[in-house]
Design a protein around this ligand. Structure first.
Ligand code: ACO
Ligand code: ZN
Length: 337
């Protein structure tokens, strides 16, 4: 992992193809950076024969050579991810990208992520997913930092399918920020959620870090004793994840007399821990900066708007918009099922 060296363009300078017969992309050029890849991603075979893959940091198009990448850079119209910007705080921006509307972008994103993920298998079937892309803004544009994907309808209430911070941005708190954001969306949906399993080793470390901190914060700020259900309601974490986190931190104690469990809180220990976390200065999500409504509702309201535009609403529906929304919601759910 190193800043990109300036290389003068030479049309004769064709990319060097592997001498051995193993197709494997060993590094990617991405914006001003070069990164070693960790795992193999299923790029079309003709791309896998080059040791370095060039990826446009804005549209995520992948290319075989610096020559092609430089030409692309001159004409690429994008300076930020497609979709809607739903969150902004200073330099940090988050975009919601629909796999159905921006299929190529999302497929390219999954291929990029696969180079740093060993077990996820989603690359081409992106339509059932929304992608939340975090960027850092400067004068040049919105630079990709990381993302997570989320099923539009998850029967198991997964609130994250895949999560990634690009290696050049790791260990600066962005993974934690993405996780915090995923729980904010779940909170707005009035649900609880958990990441899709299995988690990678790094995923597990990051989630344990987040879960512990968020539970410690709530317990630290609460003057009263809290039940696991109350913790779940406040944090949008599942009861299972709360129990697991409390157990790992030795905070669940069994009462031998009546066989029930108690949450044991050492306020000093929690406060010390939270002070250490705060001193890292990692970015935090500001819930008031989110401009977003959950997917189903947005979709239905847009449909209502379309119908109104076409002037096809009858008088009754125009006088009872809520009825109409409910009716559209029913139709929509029927259509989806
Ligand atoms: N080693 C030890 N602890 C770690 C590591 C690590 N490599 N990475 C994160 N942690 C823990 C630490 O406690 C860290 O706090 P600290 O740096 O102050 O010690 C804490 O998690 C928060 O780390 P962040 O900086 O917020 O996380 P980061 O931005 O590095 O992203 C992520 C974490 C997304 C898991 C990243 O490592 C990544 O993209 N890995 C490759 C892809 C992957 O494995 N994704 C998860 C798959 S599971 C799923 O998708 C549901
Ligand atoms: Zn581009």
């Amino acid at each position: 992992m190193q800043p990109r060296q300036e290389i003068t363009f030479d049309i004769e300078d064709q990319p060097q193809i592997f001498a051995d017969a193993t197709p494997k992309i060993r590094s990617i050029r991405f914006g001003d950076w070069e990164m070693d890849t960790w795992y193999v991603a299923p790029y079309p075979e003709e791309y896998s024969w080059y040791p370095t893959l060039y990826i446009c940091e804005y549209c995520l198009k992948y290319m075989k050579s610096k020559y092609i990448a430089d030409r692309h850079k001159m004409k690429c119209p994008m300076k930020h991810p497609p979709g809607d910007e739903i969150y902004r705080d200073g330099q940090i921006s988050i975009f919601e990208v629909d796999g159905r509307k921006n299929t190529i972008y999302c497929q390219n994103l999954c291929l990029l992520a696969k180079m740093f993920l060993d077990h996820k298998t989603l690359y081409y079937d992106v339509e059932p997913f929304l992608f939340y892309v975090m960027t850092e803004i400067n004068d040049m544009g919105c630079h990709f930092v990381g993302y997570f994907s989320k099923e539009k309808r998850s029967p198991l209430n997964y609130n994250v399918s895949c999560i990634l911070t690009l290696p050049i941005h790791q260990r600066k708190g962005y993974g934690n920020l993405l996780i915090e954001f995923s729980y904010l969306l779940t909170k707005r949906e009035n649900k609880t959620g958990s990441p899709e399993k299995p988690l990678s080793d790094l995923g597990l470390l990051s989630y344990r870090y987040y879960w512990r901190n968020v539970l410690f914060e709530v317990l630290n700020n609460s003057p009263d004793a809290l039940s696991i259900e109350e913790l779940s309601r406040v944090t949008s974490m599942t009861v299972n994840d709360i129990i697991a986190t409390l157990q790992i931190n030795n905070m669940l104690v069994r009462d031998e007399e009546n066989g029930t469990y108690r949450i044991v809180v050492d306020k000093d220990l929690i406060k010390n821990h939270l002070d250490k976390v705060t001193s890292k200065g990692y970015p935090r999500i500001k819930s008031e900066n989110l401009r977003w409504t959950p997917f189903i509702l947005t979709r239905v309201l847009r449909r209502v708007q379309d119908l109104e535009n076409e002037r096809s609403l009858d008088m009754h529906e125009q006088q009872n918009p809520i009825d109409h929304i409910n009716k559209s919601l029913d139709e929509n759910m029927d259509a989806d099922d």
